[in-house]
Design a protein around this ligand. Structure first.
Ligand code: GLU
Length: 493
C-alpha cells in the first residue's frame, strides 16, 4: 500500500519563549512528513497582536533550526502556499468569512463590549456558562448588511448549530460527542479586522493542504467549533490529533509559569533557548521529548533518522506524561557518548569561548576522550576541562594541602614531584607515572596524597580527568610552571 505524503504544520503564536510542547509537536509533525515523503511547514499565528512578543518569531525559527527540525515552507523560506505569517493573510480570511456570512453560517454582531459584559454578568448570576445570547444572530441579513454598510462597528460570529450534537473524530481519542446546546457562537473576525485563531487556523490548514493537524489537548474544548467551521465551508477534514499535555515532575497538574521559570535554578528548563544554553543537545532533547507521548519503550535511544524509521501516528498516545528531567540528563549524556570526537569538539567549543577561554583546537580534540564519559550536559566541559585552555590556574590554597599533612610537607612533595617531572623528556602518562609511583613507594606516603597535590597544582581543581593524561595534554612547561606556583602558594601558608 502506498502512503499518501502528509503535509503537517507547526503553528505557534509568537507570544513568548519557545516551549518544549511546541518542540514535541514539531518533532511529530516532522517525523510524519519525512516518513511519508511529505512536507513540514512553519506557520506563525500572530493574529492576537496584543500578545505578540518582539523576537518570539525569530526564537521559534532559531529553535526549530537548532533542533534540526528543518521546515520545508515557512515565513523565512517561502513556499507555494504562502504567506506563512497570518497577519500577512488578512485578505484571505476576509474572503472566507464573507463566504460563511453569505451561506448563512456566520453573521455580523454589533453588540458593544459593555453590553456583552452585562450579559456575561447576568449569566454568571444565573450560574450559566458564559455564552453569547444570540441578539445579533436574530437580525435579518438585509438589516445586518445595511448596518455594516453604514459603518457601524461589528465583529463576525459563527452561527453554531443549536440542535443535535457534533461528533468530532480525533485519531487518538476516537469520536468526541458534544451537544450543540453546549456550544457558543464564537467570534471569527474581530473589530480590528483580524481573524481569531479559530477561523485563521481552519482556513490556513485548508488553504495550505494540511493533511494532519497535531496540536496540544488544550484545543479539545474548541475542537467541535473547528469541526463545524470546516463542515460549514464544505471542506474535507484533516486527521486531527490532540496530544497529551505535560505534567509537572510530581505528575500532579500542569507546570505553572512560575515553576517553569524556577526549574532553571536546578539547571533545567522547558524553554528551548534555555536548554541550549544549559548544555542540552538537540539529540537529547528530541529523544527525551519524543518518548513523552509516543508509545515506544521508555529507554529507547534513537536519532531522528531512527525515529523516522519507526514513527507512526498510531503509536502516539493521549495519556499525559510527567516531565522527568533526570531522563533528559540520561538521554543527553547518552547522545554525547555517540557523537564523533570532531562533532563533539565543535559543540563544546562555544561553551569554552563563552567563558572567555582561548580554545586550541588540537588540545580540544585531545582532551575530549578524557572528559566525554563525564559529560551530562555540554557545559559540564567547563568544570572538567576548562583548565586545559587557561594560561594559569588558581588553586584554592587549602586544596593543595594533602590529607593528613601540613602545608610544609605538601610543599616538599610538590618540590620532589617537580624534580621528577623536570627530569623527564616529556610529561606523558608512560614517562611520568612509573617514577611518580616509585616516589610514592619510597616515601611511604599514599598515592592519593601525592597525586592529589599534583592534580590541584596542575589543573587547579580537586576533581579532574585522569591526571597523567591531562598533564600530557597541558604539556611539560605549563605543568612545571603550575607546580612551581603551587609550591609558592604552599610556602606562604
Ligand atoms: N497557535 C496555536 C498555539 O500556539 C496553534 C494551535 C494549533 O496547532 O492549531 O497553540
Amino acid at each position: 500500500m502506498s502512503i499518501k505524503p502528509a503535509r503537517t504544520r507547526i503553528a505557534p503564536s509568537p507570544t513568548g519563549h519557545m516551549h518544549l510542547g511546541t518542540a514535541r509537536v514539531a518533532l511529530y509533525d516532522y517525523l510524519l512528513a519525512k516518513k511519508t515523503g511529505g512536507q513540514f511547514i512553519l506557520r506563525i499565528e500572530d493574529t492576537d497582536i496584543s500578545r505578540t512578543v518582539p523576537g518570539a518569531e525569530q526564537e521559534i525559527m532559531d529553535g526549530l533550526r537548532w533542533l534540526g527540525l528543518t521546515y520545508d515552507e515557512g515565513p523565512d523560506v517561502g513556499g507555494a502556499y504562502g504567506p506563512y505569517r497570518q497577519t500577512d493573510r488578512r485578505e484571505i480570511y476576509r474572503t472566507h468569512v464573507n463566504t460563511l456570512v453569505n451561506s448563512g453560517h456566520a453573521y455580523p454582531c454589533f453588540c458593544t463590549p459593555e453590553r456583552l459584559e452585562s450579559v456575561r454578568q447576568e449569566q454568571q448570576k444565573r450560574k450559566e456558562n458564559p455564552h453569547y445570547d444570540g441578539t445579533c444572530r436574530a437580525l435579518a441579513p438585509d438589516e445586518a448588511a445595511l448596518r455594516v454598510a453604514n459603518g457601524e462597528k461589528y465583529i463576525i460570529r459563527f452561527k453554531m448549530p443549536r440542535e443535535g450534537a457534533t461528533i468530532a473524530h480525533d485519531h487518538l481519542r476516537g469520536d468526541i460527542k458534544t451537544e450543540n446546546s453546549q456550544l457558543n457562537d464564537y467570534v471569527l473576525l474581530k473589530t480590528d479586522g483580524l481573524p481569531t485563531y479559530h477561523l485563521a487556523a481552519i482556513v490556513d490548514d485548508h488553504e495550505m493542504g494540511i493533511t494532519h493537524v497535531l496540536r496540544g489537548s488544550e484545543w479539545l474544548g474548541t475542537f467541535p467549533l473547528h469541526v463545524n467551521i470546516v463542515r460549514a465551508f464544505g471542506w474535507d477534514e484533516p486527521t486531527w490529533i490532540h496530544l497529551s499535555v505535560f505534567l509537572k515532575p510530581s505528575g500532579k497538574g500542569k507546570m505553572s509559569k512560575r515553576e517553569a521559570a524556577a526549574a532553571i535554578k536546578d539547571g533545567y528548563s522547558i524553554f528551548i533557548k534555555d536548554m541550549q544554553d544549559l548544555g542540552f543537545t538537540p539529540e537529547g532533547v528530541l529523544n527525551w521529548s519524543a518518548l513523552m507521548g509516543w508509545g515506544v519503550a521508555e529507554d529507547d535511544v534513537m536519532t531522528v533518522e531512527q525515529m523516522v524509521e519507526r514513527f507512526t501516528i498510531d503509536s502516539l498516545t493521549p495519556s499525559p506524561a510527567a516531565i522527568n528531567f533526570q531522563k533528559l540528563d540520561h538521554f543527553n549524556a547518552t547522545h554525547i557518548r555517540l557523537f564523533t570526537t570532531e562533532d563533539l569538539a565543535a559543540r563544546l567549543k562555544p561553551y569554552f569561548t563563552r567563558e572567555g577561554l582561548n580554545v586550541n583546537d588540537e588540545v580540544l580534540l585531545k582532551m575530549i576522550p578524557l572528559i566525554r564519559e563525564r559529560l551530562v550536559t555540554l557545559d559540564d566541559c567547563l568544570a572538567f576541562g576548562g583548565f586545559f585552555f587557561k594560561d594559569e590556574v588558581t588553586p584554592v590554597p587549602e586544596d593543595l594541602v594533602a590529607k593528613g599533612l601540613d602545608a610544609k610537607q605538601s610543599a616538599d612533595i610538590a618540590r620532589r614531584a617537580y624534580q621528577i617531572l623536570a627530569a623527564q623528556p616529556t610529561v606523558s602518562h608512560e614517562s611520568c607515572e612509573p617514577p611518580m609511583r616509585a616516589y610514592v613507594e619510597e616515601s611511604g606516603l599514599n598515592a592519593n596524597q601525592v597525586f592529589g597535590i599534583l592534580r590541584v597544582a596542575t589543573t587547579g581543581q580537586k576533581v579532574s580527568p585522569p591526571l597523567f593524561e591531562s598533564m600530557e595534554i597541558i604539556g611539560k612547561q605549563k605543568c612545571l610552571q603550575r607546580i612551581h606556583n603551587a609550591i609558592e602558594i604552599l610556602e606562604k601558608m
